[in-house]
Design a protein around this ligand. Structure first.
Ligand code: HEM
Length: 453
């Protein structure tokens, strides 16, 4: 047990990455993160996974500030990965308006040209990871039409009571203890359980599904893929495992439908279309990876932000329903759990002064766009009462805009309603242990403390 509550100390570890007791030069007493520009524009290398992405948050923010101001379409060589030889590099799109423009012009900047990650996915990967997020119209529109039925208002309303039940159980389990690892015991437990319950995946498979998704999304962190292991093989194996699980379930539900989502997806036809088992498998993988780690990290960063900003947390506690919608969106903007998505130029194209040629890769850095002062007043301040929060945490308002955004918002709101009601003094009791990744802004562990109930 820590001798002093983290939330009662003046500290800036979420900015510097280190637990420190007195305010660092990077953070003011009002909880605002002050970006530090330690790198000259030519020294910034976004492909340096172990270097740039492990820097203190304030320095990363400073580097993106420099890029937005001085080189909004900086070109970088690609990182070396196990997924194949690096390509010709990518443009880092860092300004808010440019991220929106690229997202809304799928005919010029497509999602199907290899993948939405930096490297083009080899064909064996596309079988499992080639879901709609990596497709363009008309295939994307067809799939989105079919799976959208999973996210109708009625299904979301049904899910709401499941979300509330699951949140209550999770909080009740840790409540008597007075402390817990917030990530694994609270934040991670919710989204995976919801997706599995919606799809009808049996309880006995939760742990397996969690382990495989950790491998897929945490592939660049040595903790999730043992040293010396081939990352591509580990990710492919995890994808195959999840795909097989879903094909089995889909086969059962086609023979004996229930009222779960899997039954709806494999049995309902829209204009003569329904999902094939392969499409079901890759959609499932997309759902568990897209809906699981993202929501978990939003909830975890939320506790960090609310601990750093006790006055906002008090305000939210005093008027939960009145402030919930703004608070949830501010948590997603602040956390930006998905750091980027890639687009590929389909031919000669232009954004502002910048020209692109066919095949050029553009990485849309949502984290940077969400700190752009042309779109957000005082962008480095966490403010649950922020107005007109058109953040790009769920994407840049194009055809791939997050399908699960409403579900995610509900999950975050319901979890915080439960937490603030049952454990009103819960705080982050130490620094978040960050995931080493340039794709997911993740927290692996976060100690939390509260008065036992
Ligand atoms: C805070 C939580 C979440 C964040 C930050 C997030 C973020 C994103 C982002 C940035 C995209 C890409 C948007 C684009 O390319 O324009 C996306 C797409 C997607 N998300 Fe989410 N997401 C979250 C939760 C969820 C949940 C809970 C689900 C489902 C259970 C989900 C399912 C999807 C799907 C299916 C897509 C692909 C949509 C398409 O290609 O048409 N997401 N999400």
């Amino acid at each position: 047990m820590l001798s002093a509550r983290y939330g009662q100390r003046v500290s800036a570890w979420c900015v510097t990455g280190e637990p420190i007791i007195t305010p660092g030069p990077s953070m003011r007493h009002d909880g605002r993160v002050e970006p530090i520009e330690t790198l000259a524009v030519d020294d910034i290398n976004l492909s340096d996974l172990g270097g740039f992405w492990t820097r203190p948050v304030a320095e990363r923010e400073g580097a993106f500030l420099t890029l937005r101001r001085e080189r909004p379409f900086a070109h970088f060589a690609e990182p070396i990965t196990d997924f194949g030889p690096p390509g010709a590099g990518y443009y880092a799109v860092t300004r808010y308006q440019d991220v929106i423009t690229a997202s809304r012009s799928p005919e010029l900047f497509c999602s199907g040209g290899g993948s939405t990650q930096i490297v083009d996915l080899p064909p064996e990967f596309l079988e499992y990871f080639g879901s709609m997020i990596n497709m363009d119209d008309p295939r994307h529109a067809r799939l989105r039409r079919i799976v959208s039925r999973a996210f109708t208002p009625k299904r979301l309303a049904d899910a709401e009571s499941t979300v509330a039940d699951v949140a209550r159980r999770i909080v009740a389990e840790v409540a008597p203890r007075g402390s817990c690892d917030f990530v694994s015991e609270v934040a991670a437990a919710l989204p995976l359980r919801i997706i599995c319950e919606m799809l009808g995946i049996p309880d006995s498979q939760y742990a397996y599904v969690l382990e495989q998704t950790n491998t897929i999304l945490g592939a660049s962190d040595p903790e999730y893929v043992p040293e010396g292991a081939n990352i591509a093989t580990a990710v492919l194996t995890a994808g195959i495992g999840l795909g097989e699980l879903m094909k089995e379930l889909g086969t059962q539900r086609r023979a004996q439908p229930t009222d779960d989502l899997t039954s709806a997806l494999v049995n309902t036809e829209i204009d003569g279309e329904r999902l094939t088992f392969d499409e079901l498998a890759s959609f499932f993988i997309l759902l568990v990876v897209a809906g699981n780690e993202t929501t978990r990290n939003a909830i975890s960063w939320g506790l960090v932000a609310l601990t750093e900003n006790p006055e906002q947390r008090r305000a939210w506690g005093a008027d939960f329903d009145g402030l919930a919608s703004g608070a949830v969106d501010e948590i997603v903007r602040w956390a930006t759990p998905v750091i980027f998505m890639r687009r590929t130029a389909t031919g000669p194209a232009q954004i502002g002064e910048q020209s692109f040629a066919a095949g050029d890769k553009l990485l849309l850095f949502y984290n940077s766009a969400n700190r752009d002062d042309s779109a957000f007043e005082d962008p480095f301040r966490f403010d649950i009462t922020r107005q007109d929060n058109r953040h790009v945490g769920f994407g840049g308002y194009g055809p791939h805009f997050c399908l699960g955004a409403h579900l995610a918002r509900r999950e975050i709101a319901v979890m915080y309603r439960e937490l603030l009601a049952t454990l009103p003094d819960i705080v982050a009791a130490g620094p978040p242990e960050r995931l080493q990744s340039m794709f997911i802004n993740g927290i692996k562990r976060l100690p939390a403390e509260f008065t036992p109930r």
